[in-house]
Design a binder for this molecule. Structure first.
Ligand code: DX5
Ligand code: ZN
Length: 249
């Protein structure tokens, strides 16, 4: 394992579903968390068995509702808190990922997930990330067709399908993302069958216990859960157990 400038171990893998484990990896979005309690929330999530953290970066420009969340400074502190073994992604909902991607690598993320609608030169961004030992993921809005990503699939470590319009947590799940998700599942399976990259397929937005099995059936391997995990209805462990039960764990 080589080490980048932040001294963090670089990962070329990501958590995967071991035999007997729930079908889908659940990763918490922290948008509904109390940011003054984040350290404790991270400890609680990891104690509950979470090994992947989803960090939503909004710059107040790119998302429709002009939300601003956080940036590399907070991500660096979260990495320090969770340690090197937890997989950390950043979901960049920003206008200038091609200018500031390096700050996220420096902050210690394992993968940068960029919006295809906001990047002009996708192959160069992917190559830049890989050259720094960081994984590259591409995400697309609900209205964006799979064809916007398929040409780059063989070099992507992850594809993220949005099942809400980006901008906040707690929105309703868009079941109409089924077709596009299955299209990616088929393309990734064909790629793997021909010895290509094992690209992960992820979904984000409105995922709860009542639709977790549905997206698993679509071929999703990783699901972001924000308001369904971090809420005042139950602890993270209780909410996670409910989702995993729905997934047949
Ligand atoms: C929305 C974010 C999502 C969101 C998920 O723009 O990218 O990660 O926080 O939250 P829920 O699960 O509540 O939809
Ligand atoms: Zn997200």
């Amino acid at each position: 394992m080589s080490v980048n400038s932040t001294g963090q171990g670089l990962r070329t893998d990501s958590p995967s579903v071991e035999s007997g484990e729930p079908l889908v990896i659940i990763t918490p979005s922290i948008l509904t968390a109390n940011f003054c309690e984040l350290g404790k929330t991270m400890d609680e999530a990891i104690a509950a068995g979470i090994d992947w953290i989803h960090l939503d970066v909004m710059d107040g420009n790119w998302v429709g509702n002009r939300t601003i969340t956080f940036g590399p400074a907070l991500i660096r502190d979260i990495r320090q808190r969770v340690g090197p073994d937890i997989f950390v992604d950043c979901h960049l909902m920003v206008t200038n990922a091609e200018e500031n991607w390096e700050q996220y690598v420096e902050a210690g993320v394992d993968i940068v997930i960029f919006h295809v609608e906001a990047v002009a030169d996708i192959p160069t961004l992917i190559d830049n990330l890989h050259a720094r030992g960081c994984q590259a993921g591409a995400v697309l809005n609900p209205a964006t067709p799979a064809s916007a990503i398929l040409p780059y699939l063989e070099n992507l470590d992850l594809v993220l399908v949005m099942s809400v319009v980006p901008g906040k947590g707690g929105q309703s799940f868009m079941a109409e993302m089924e077709g596009k998700t299955r299209e990616f599942r088929a393309a990734i399976d064909t790629q793997i069958a021909s010895g290509g990259r094992v690209t992960k397929l992820m979904i984000d937005g409105g995922i709860k216990a009542h639709n977790a099995a549905q997206v698993a059936d679509w071929g999703i391997e990783v699901a972001v859960v924000g308001s369904g995990l971090i809420n005042d209805k139950g602890t993270i462990a209780e909410n996670l157990a409910e989702i995993q039960k729905a997934l047949g764990a």
